[in-house]
Design a protein around this ligand. Sequence first.
Ligand code: ADE
Length: 349
Amino acid sequence: MRELNQEFTTKLTRWFRENQRDLPWRKDKEPYHVWVSEIMLQQTRVEAVREYYLRFMKELPTVSDLAAADEETLLKLWQGLGYYNRIRNMHKAAETVVGELCGEFPETFEGIRGLCGIGDYTAGAIGSICFDLRVPAVDGNVLRVMSRILEDGSDIKAAGTKKQIGSVLQELYPESNCGDFTQGLIELGALICVPNGQPKCDMCPVAEFCKAREHGTQMQYPVKSEKKPRKVVQKAVFVLRCVDEEGVERYAVRKRPKSGLLAGLYEFPNVDVERELTLDEAIAVAEDWDCVPMHLTRSSEFKHIFTHVEWDMKGYYLDVHEMPARFKWVTDEEMEAEVPLPSAFGYFL
Ligand code: ADE
């Protein structure tokens, strides 16, 4: 088996240049572009990020635009991506870049890493892609690729594993075009050394360096410790509809508390329950909110999975007579354009 050396780096970067996907954030090396895309890519699939990224750049084309944006605009642009604190942190970091650094993104690893919400991975990605720094960016893709290449059985969730793999990679960084090496590793993980199913070793540009391929153990890596089971919370969710004096349908939403899960986003009114509510019980809840329910039009059930908790939700669609001021009453158009409603409640639309 060949030891990892500069030939590994050369083969991987060459393969990346010839085979990389055409992605909107790869059109230039503008740190704002790479930063926004990297944060989005931590949340969801590349294909889903495309749309979010293009919309975000259309709305907020520069770091100054991000710094000047208000929270609800940002939450709306982030709607559906989850981990909403990430966009709040980006906003703070943009304020720092504009307010303290004259709009210039820092160009050292430490400078980038010092911005709010930027950890080792993101700083490594921005540093290597935008500023040609010899710094690794180790995400889940890279951990998978490297654990196979090295046949490294360390738990990829353990704190030291990322650092250990990072220090192996650090030595392999080229003198220039560092971003191609960073993205080559990521791209290899996405296209060849895939997470689900057999990796496509026949097409791998660095197969000759891979211990797992030599021993046929690819599927045994990466090693991941068992997760704790998620807490399950049962919820009764109310889609309260009222027709206003002008005959326009409005729906009740409310803002969630400032801290905790989905902080500051909007939701349909809901309560945690021990067991499914009877119809009478559901109506009593709406009455407690002074809504004067007329009738239930339908009900539906959805499950939403967060990192540490699962919501099992039953939705009650109630037509009501009053629009108590405890809720915000919005039209379909307002919901679509202005209300940051997280995916967990989007099922009920
Ligand atoms: N995943 C993480 N970073 C990425 C990038 N720059 N391109 C594609 N997928 C990624």
